[in-house]
Design a protein around this ligand. Structure first.
Ligand SMILES: *Cc1c(COP(=O)(O)O)cnc(C)c1O
Length: 219
């Protein structure tokens, strides 16, 4: 199927309340432009250099999301334009984003990335670490940051019940936080598991290969 067909296929499977982040990492500007021309405005990338290069060549009304681990020393390169940083996994990173956002006189939206997968994953906060950062934020610790939700990745497995269990555990945390402050975004689900994520309460999904095709890391 073509990118256009893929895009329409995915869009048709998403309920109206679910936001689509089109994950364009490794794919060329021409492919992003194709999806942009179909009306898509939110794109996700995971590498700062790749993102900044693409951002310069593409329309300025794209809302860019960073979805991969972000090193603190790279925040400065994206702070002027990034819409949402979905992968906040440390207090140090949160402080750095706050500092750089202040320099640009902006408020940057972030999602706390929570470790929900049973498999050993490198990045992500524990639930308790998330609670602590959320509490600090409610107390005004990061004036140039809006914590607008949570992000999580399930274990890479065929076992849908396992995946469902992990997504549900993030939904529980999201509901817990929502007692103190209305959160906009629960970002869970990728090409292979977004239908399950939506059943579990996701209102934002990050879909790459099901739109753009397989990624080729060899080039
Ligand atoms: C690459 C990536 C995606 C998209 O994955 P697909 O399986 O291609 O849809 C989603 N979320 C994160 C964090 C990613 O790194």
């Amino acid at each position: 199927m073509s990118i256009q067909e893929n895009y329409h296929y995915i869009k048709n499977r998403l309920p109206a309340h679910v936001q689509l982040v089109a994950v364009s990492k490794t794919h060329p500007v021409s492919a992003i432009r194709e999806v942009y021309d179909l009306g898509q405005r939110i794109f996700g990338e995971n590498k700062v250099q790749e993102l900044t290069e693409k951002q310069l060549e593409l329309p300025q009304d794209i809302q860019w999301h960073i979805i991969g681990h972000l090193q603190t020393n790279k925040v400065k390169y994206i702070a002027g334009f990034i819409d949402t940083i979905q992968s906040v996994d440390s207090e140090k990173l949160l402080k750095e984003i706050d500092k750089e956002a202040a320099k640009h006189n902006r408020t940057i939206k972030v999602l706390l990335q929570v470790k929900i997968a049973e498999e050993d994953t490198k990045y992500g906060l524990t639930k308790d670490e998330s609670r602590e950062l959320f509490r600090q934020s409610l107390n005004g610790a990061f004036p140039h940051i809006a914590i607008s939700g949570l992000m999580g990745m399930a274990t890479f497995t065929e076992d849908k019940e396992q995946v469902r269990k992990e997504f549900m555990s993030l939904k529980e945390l999201f509901d817990e936080f929502s007692h103190d402050k209305t959160l906009e975004t629960l970002s869970m689900g990728m090409s292979d598991d977004f239908p399950v994520a939506i059943e579990c309460g996701a209102n934002s999904v990050r879909v790459g290969s099901a739109i753009f095709g397989q990624r080729d890391y060899s080039v």
